[in-house]
Design a protein around this ligand. Structure first.
Ligand SMILES: [Ca+2]
Ligand SMILES: [Ca+2]
Ligand SMILES: [Ca+2]
Length: 353
């Protein structure tokens, strides 16, 4: 009867565990009075925002009190800040990169490091170079994030080595975004590990379409701006508030049982739950819908309740994974229930051991 208890518990303790979209802002603007840092701070309790601070093509020569104040206010409001360093595609001396990282660590209370100009090819020495940067950041604080920016698709080895926690795999003009195709391997990982930047997109309507499109493209981090080259990152977009509101609306509609974050709850999500069944310390990507870190029957129940639902308007979901037939879904459900119930005794034994 324990399975029944588990299911009843699941019904009573349903909560949301969204892999929410995170707005990743290259915040390459000085925090003077009335700067865009204020608008970011005002939005930081509405949506997840990661701001990349960049005082002077890196941390600059001295700690800057205006940056301290802006960063602290933004983080107090819920925002996250990572510090910009450049790597010249692996040719900048490693000691210079780590010295910049150490300055951020000494001068500012932040959440990690953004490594710009990341190479996206071999040989292994390149991967080692970036792994050394990664290890240096983690030696300062294991919870500090490393975001790498190849600016375009990259090799899976960069993720596996590892060289970064998140990868910026699109940085280009708005007109190129519809035809962009992420590397196929991205879909095998948590969408939160990938970030897309789009600049030179003048239309707020198109911006909203691209946000929904991004959801179907294995990305959890996004930023769209109407600012243009040569520096599209020294202002916030004129439609900033509309972008914040649109991301907040998308996040509110995200389905906890959409384990692969493609906007639709279907058989592919159930497969992910089956693979992850029994896992602890698990993420949504592994099948944990209710955010308790365990993949179990409670999460299956959420999948069942949300099956067939989509978090995307019709236009954007048209390109999503095809719907499985009802019969296929029923068969998968039966398999899943069998897997679930047959493994319960093991779990019960473990609990009493
Ligand atoms: Ca500009
Ligand atoms: Ca899905
Ligand atoms: Ca769970």
């Amino acid at each position: 009867m324990r399975w029944l208890v588990l299911l009843l518990l699941a019904i009573s303790s349903r909560s949301s565990a969204h892999a929410a979209l995170d707005i990743v802002v290259p915040a390459y603007f000085y925090p003077s009075a009335g700067s865009p840092w204020n608008a970011m701070t005002a939005a930081a309790d509405d949506v997840p925002i990661t701001a990349i601070m960049n005082p002077g093509n890196g941390p600059g020569n001295n700690v800057d009190g205006n940056y301290v104040a802006a960063v602290n206010a933004f983080r107090a409001a819920g925002g996250r800040v990572i510090g910009y360093v450049y790597s010249s595609y692996g040719s900048r001396p490693l000691a210079q990169v780590t010295a910049d990282i150490d300055k951020y660590s000494t001068w500012y209370g932040i959440d990690g490091i953004f490594v710009d100009e990341m190479s996206n090819t071999g040989p292994a020495q390149k991967l080692d170079y970036y792994r050394n940067i990664y290890n240096h950041v983690k030696s300062i604080d294991p919870v500090w994030e490393v975001m790498g920016n190849p600016g375009t698709n990259t090799l899976e080895q960069y993720l596996l080595w590892p060289t970064a926690d998140r990868f910026m795999v699109h940085e280009n003009v708005g007109s190129s975004y519809p035809s962009y195709a992420p590397s196929a391997w991205n879909a095998n990982y948590d969408s939160q590990q990938f970030v897309h930047l789009v600049h030179t997109e003048s239309s707020a309507t198109t911006m909203e379409e691209y946000l929904r499109l991004a959801l179907t493209r294995s990305t959890g981090g996004i930023y769209i701006t109407n600012d243009v080259m040569n520096n599209p990152w020294d202002t916030l977009p004129s439609y900033w508030q509309a972008e914040v509101d649109a991301v907040a609306a998308i996040n509110a509609a995200l389905l906890p049982a959409d384990f692969n974050d493609n906007g639709t709850v279907d058989a592919s999500d159930l497969n992910r739950w089956r693979t992850g069944f029994g896992a602890t310390g698990a993420t949504k990507f592994q099948g944990d819908a209710n955010g308790d870190g365990v993949v179990d029957g409670a999460d299956f129940l959420q999948w069942q309740q949300q099956s067939g639902q989509t978090s995307l308007p019709a236009a954007a979901s048209a390109s999503a994974v095809p719907e499985p037939t009802t019969a296929a879904l029923a068969a998968l459900t039966a398999l899943a229930v069998a897997a679930f119930t047959s493994r319960l005794p093991t779990r019960r034994t473990r609990r009493h051991a």
